[in-house]
Every structure is written in C-alpha cells, then in structure tokens.
Design a protein around this ligand. Structure first.
Ligand SMILES: Cc1cc2nc3c(=O)[nH]c(=O)nc-3n(C[C@H](O)[C@H](O)[C@H](O)COP(=O)(O)OP(=O)(O)OC[C@H]3O[C@@H](n4cnc5c(N)ncnc54)[C@H](O)[C@@H]3O)c2cc1C
Length: 304
C-alpha cells in the first residue's frame, strides 16, 4: 500500500520504518527534522513517565524495550543499555512500578548505596537514546531503505495530500486536527560537559534527573504544563543545577555547554486510531521514546 507518514520526530521515523518493513511503499513528509524538533531535546531514556497504566500502554512499552535492547547492539545507533538509579526520600515507592514486568528480572535490584538525604532506591537497566545520534540513525535507515523524505512544508490541512496518511505531528496536531486536548508541557535542561556519572540518576520526588551522554551530561528538568515558550529561565536552570550534586556527588555543574527547553506533546491518552484515510498517532507526552516501537507496531496492525 502507498502510505505517507507525516512528521519527522521519533514517532514519525519509527512508524515509517515499521510500515516500510511490512512491505508498504512509504513516503515521509515533515515540516522540520532534527535538531529542530522536540524529539531532539528529550532526555530520551526508556521510562514510562506519566502515562496510562493500561494493558495497551504496557504492551507498547514492553515491545519498545525489547526492540531498543536489540538496537543497542548495533554500533553507531546511539542506543545503549545503562543503569537507571531512582532515589526516594521517604522510603519504598510502590506506586509507579506497574511497568516493571516489561523488564527482565535480572535487570532490577534495590539499592543500598544511596546519597545523603535519600531513604530508598532501586536500579534497573534501561535503553538510553542519545538523540543527536539516534535520530540521524533512524533517518539513515529510512534513506537506505529507499524511503523518500520531503521536508520544509508545514501542512495546514490533510486535504493537501492524497491517499493513506499516518499523522505523527506531535504538538502540531493541536492545529492540524483542531484538538485542544493536545497541550505543551515544557522541560528545561542544562547540558554540562561530559562527565563520568555511570548511570542515569533520577530523584523520584522532584523532577530532577541526570543523563550522561557522549556529547555532554544532560541535567533536567521541569514539567511545566501549558508553557508555550521553548525558552529557558535562568533562575530555573540555576535551581536545577543546585539540586544535581545531591543526586550525583562530585558532578561539576560549572561547565555548562548550553541550556535549552522542549515542549512535550501531552494528551490525556495517546491518540492512535483510524479516522477515514488518516491514522492518527500523536500525544505521547513525556514518553515518546519509551512508547515508540510498540505504538508503531500497532499502527502497522491498523493498516493491515
Ligand atoms: C525535556 C524533555 C525530556 C524528555 N525525556 C524523555 C525521556 O526520557 N523518555 C521518553 O520516552 N520521552 C521523553 N520526552 C518526550 C519525547 O521527547 C516526546 O514524547 C517525543 O519526542 C514526541 O515525538 P513526536 O515525533 O510525536 O514529536 P516531535 O518530535 O515534535 O515531532 C513532530 C514532527 O511533526 C512535524 N510537524 C508538526 N506539525 C506539522 C505540520 N503541520 N506539517 C508537517 N509536519 C509537521 C514536526 O516538524 C516534527 O518533525 C521528553 C521530552 C522533553 C521535552
């Protein structure tokens, strides 16, 4: 079947790859590509952050974990398996681990070596996607599979294109689908010079996280509902940097390479459904990378 995938973020690229692998003749059309999109700005580790705890979501994150673990074995993919260490200030957290059965048993364990001020913690091995490498890697896979990629046009209406469409336009769907349920949730980040932290570190009680990558150490973050501006606030960045040594003692927060913000395309649940010749696939909030491969597989099933 001839299918046009709209959107060049992680959702559009993954969906296009999945459909191409099923034998469809896929074309990708998008307004922007990396580095000028939300997907580039993500911390991008596998983490079912503020998403529905239903079976559909569970099957997507489990499938994505398996696929990313496979991709982590491909040199140059930008994906690696890395420990995620989560710290809790008030004892054992039982509320947010519904997703653990997506992870093989041997990859999870409680922590005993905690920084000062934390009462409990656990660690689990997760895929980390280094976005400056992973997004170009996905793009290269599409190009080498012969998928045409057209960029630079912001679509105003689906009527501008013919045939079967898969709409992966993230926050762009607010206007394109006239869907007020899609709202931006801003995250602010400071990129420090590369550091040897050895794990992704997350404070369960504040939105603080540290992600060591080859190009630098990502320190976040915020979860600012309804913020439309993709800009950082110096006072907020200073507060994030002040919290970081509490999570990773020894981290050097003086060497800031740059600061940036991204807008998570939030919706109360992901819209993945067919509406005539358009299949909608948007609203992945703060978990687009975590849902990507499993949700793309569901699009492929819908097309079938
Ligand atoms: C600070 C931050 C940290 C995050 N950390 C994580 C994390 O650790 N793990 C995780 O899983 N997720 C994380 N996320 C969430 C993740 O980044 C998003 O869920 C994901 O990037 C959404 O991907 P997308 O492809 O839907 O959107 P986008 O990346 O925004 O891509 C949308 C695409 O559609 C195109 N487009 C839009 N409108 C139109 C139009 N009208 N016509 C043509 N093209 C159009 C755009 O140009 C773009 O190419 C984080 C996000 C932020 C901001």
């Amino acid at each position: 079947m001839d299918i046009t995938v709209l959107g060049g973020g992680v959702i559009g690229l993954t969906t296009a790859l999945k459909l191409q692998a099923e034998g469809h003749r896929v074309t990708l059309r998008t307004w922007k590509v990396h580095p000028d999109i939300t997907s580039e700005r993500a911390a991008a580790f596998w983490s079912p952050y503020r998403i529905g705890e239903d079976e559909r979501t569970f099957s997507w994150i489990a499938e994505t974990y398996r696929e990313l673990e496979k991709i982590s074995r491909i040199p140059g993919s930008g994906v690696s398996m890395i420990p995620l260490r989560k710290y809790l200030r008030d004892g054992e957290d039982t509320t947010d681990r519904w997703w653990l059965r997506a992870v093989p048993d041997e990859k999870y364990s409680p922590l005993t070596d905690l920084p000062a001020g934390f009462a409990a913690g656990w660690t689990v091995a997760v895929p980390l996607m280094e976005t400056p490498v992973y997004l170009p890697y996905l793009m290269k896979r599409l190009l080498s599979a012969g998928v045409p990629i057209h960029t630079g046009q912001q679509l105003r209406s689906f009527d501008e294109l013919e045939g079967t469409l898969v709409n992966c336009t993230g926050l762009g769907s607010r206007e394109l689908c006239n869907d007020p349920g899609v709202i931006p949730i801003r995250g602010q980040i400071a990129l420090l010079s590369p550091q040897t932290v050895g794990a992704i570190v997350v404070d369960a009680d504040t939105p603080t996280y540290i992600v060591p990558r080859a190009d630098g150490c990502v320190v976040g973050g915020t979860y600012e509902r309804g913020q439309e501006q993709e800009t950082t606030d110096p006072a907020t960045i200073a507060a994030i940097l002040e919290r970081a040594p509490g999570l990773a003692p020894g981290i050097d927060t003086t060497r800031v390479l740059r600061t940036y913000a991204g807008l998570r395309p939030y919706r109360s649940s992901v819209r993945l459904e067919r509406d005539g010749r358009v299949i909608h696939h948007y609203g992945h909030g703060g978990a687009g990378f975590t849902l990507s491969w499993g949700a793309a597989a569901e699009v492929a099933r819908l097309v079938r």
